[in-house]
Design a protein around this ligand. Structure first.
Ligand code: FES
Length: 122
C-alpha cells in the first residue's frame, strides 16, 4: 500500500462504466501497459497493481481488460495461468500459489466516480 504521506486519490472512471461483472485496466502513465486494474462483481469492487507475483512487473492480461477467467470467478495471469481470488488477490493455483496481488485502495467519490489511492512521484 502506498504511504499516505506521498499518495493521492486519482479518479479512474465512473462506476457505471463498469458492467456488474467486469474488469478494466488503466494505463495512467501512457506506457502502453496497464498500471493497475479494477475488478467489479456486483457489490464487490477491488483494485490491484498489474504485476504478477510470479514474475514481478509482468502484466497479467493477454489483451486489454482481459483480467478474468471465463466464468469471471478468478483473476487470471496469461503468463503461466496463475489464478487469484477476486476479493483479496490471493493466488489459489499456479506457480505463485499463496502469494497476493498488490491491492490498491479504492473509493467511490460523489456517489459515482471510482478513485484509487496511488503513490505520487517525488
Ligand atoms: S507471470 Fe503470471 S503466472 Fe507466471
Amino acid at each position: 500500500m502506498p504511504d499516505s504521506g506521498t499518495a493521492q486519490w486519482v479518479r479512474l472512471c465512473e462506476l457505471n462504466a463498469l458492467a456488474p461483472t467486469d474488469a478494466r485496466g488503466f494505463d495512467l502513465q501512457g506506457r502502453g501497459v496497464d498500471d493497475l486494474f479494477v475488478v467489479r462483481r456486483h457489490a464487490l469492487l477491488r483494485g490491484y497493481i498489474n504485476s504478477c507475483p510470479h514474475w514481478p512487473g509482468a502484466s497479467l492480461p493477454w489483451r486489454k481488460h482481459a483480467y478474468l477467467d471465463q466464468g469471471a470467478n478468478h483473476i487470471v495471469c496469461h503468463g503461466h495461468g496463475a489464478k487469484f481470488t477476486l476479493d483479496d488477490g490471493l493466488c489459489v493455483s499456479g506457480p505463485c500459489a499463496g502469494q497476493h496481488l498488490q491491492a490498491v485502495a479504492l473509493r467511490i467519490e460523489e456517489g459515482r466516480y471510482v478513485s484509487a489511492l496511488l503513490p505520487m512521484p517525488r
